[in-house]
Ligand binder design. Structure first.
Ligand code: ADP
Ligand code: ADP
Ligand code: ZN
Length: 216
């Protein structure tokens, strides 16, 4: 299935994406992860993306669209894929439609995870992830067994630099201004399914599975 996972920063997209892609055996395509990887490797893309990410702003559309177009052409996407954090603007959504049309394929479902702003802030401020396997934890809501150490691989848990200070609030404002209009875009196409993200991770996943199973 060709799935888009939407929701404000901190909604639980990355957490649910891990579960969905394991269950349905499809690739997890996260533009945030792709940019962070490029930043840590110090590539040209990373240098460009870093300027925007540090401020909580969006990386320019032309950069982001180029990356997704390339990625969707990989053969592992033939059986379906999960887009996490893309599209984030109307221009990106329209470009995605064009890329899909060229590939003679369609987005089949858009899952939107919604959570109140206060909780999103708490979640972002407590988020840590494994440097090695990228598993996501929360110091408050989903702590690892030993502080700072990944349960799955023993790797070091680190906080994202954009999960601190004013950047957290900027990202929420950017979401409201630039990304939330996409909900109406997909609603009009009849693809949008809203999921309450303010419940246990396993319950959120159950609700998502119900939607996906109803479409299979
Ligand atoms: P979150 O999981 O908190 O929503 P992401 O990991 O998806 O955050 O994104 C982190 C940052 O990467 C964003 O704040 C933005 O700077 C950049 N980014 C990720 N996806 C996109 C996109 N589709 N368009 C533009 N910028 C993006
Ligand atoms: P996103 O990719 O949408 O920014 P993440 O999946 O990274 O969101 O989750 C943000 C933070 O909230 C992480 O620290 C994660 O452990 C935590 N989290 C995710 N889902 C839940 C949930 N259902 N209840 C409580 N905390 C959650
Ligand atoms: Zn790990």
């Amino acid at each position: 299935m060709n799935i888009i996972l939407m929701g404000p920063p901190g909604a639980g997209k990355g957490t649910q994406a891990e579960l969905i892609t394991a269950e349905y055996n499809i690739p997890h395509i996260s533009t945030g992860d792709i940019f962070r990887e490029a930043v840590s490797k110090g590539t040209e893309l990373g240098k460009e993306a870093k300027k925007y990410m540090n401020e909580g702003k969006l990386v320019p559309d032309e950069v982001t669209i180029g990356i997704i177009e390339e990625r969707l052409n990989y053969s592992d996407c033939l059986q379906g894929f999960l887009l996490d954090g893309f599209p984030r603007t109307t221009v990106q959504a329209e470009a995605l439609d064009e890329v899909m049309a060229k590939l003679d394929r369609k987005i089949e479902v858009v899952i939107n995870i919604f959570v109140d702003r206060d909780i999103l802030i708490e979640r972002m401020e407590g988020r840590v992830s494994c440097k090695n396997c990228k598993s996501i934890y929360n110091t408050k809501f989903n702590p690892p067994s030993s502080p700072g150490i990944c349960d799955k691989c023993g790797g070091e848990l680190v906080q994202r630099s954009d999960d601190r200070g004013e950047t957290v609030r900027t990202r929420l404002d950017v979401y409201i201004e630039q990304t939330s209009p996409l909900l109406a875009y997909y609603e009009k196409k009849g693809l949008l399914h809203n999921i309450n993200g303010d419940q246990d991770t396993s319950l959120v996943f159950e609700d998502i599975k119900k939607v996906l199973e109803s479409l299979r």
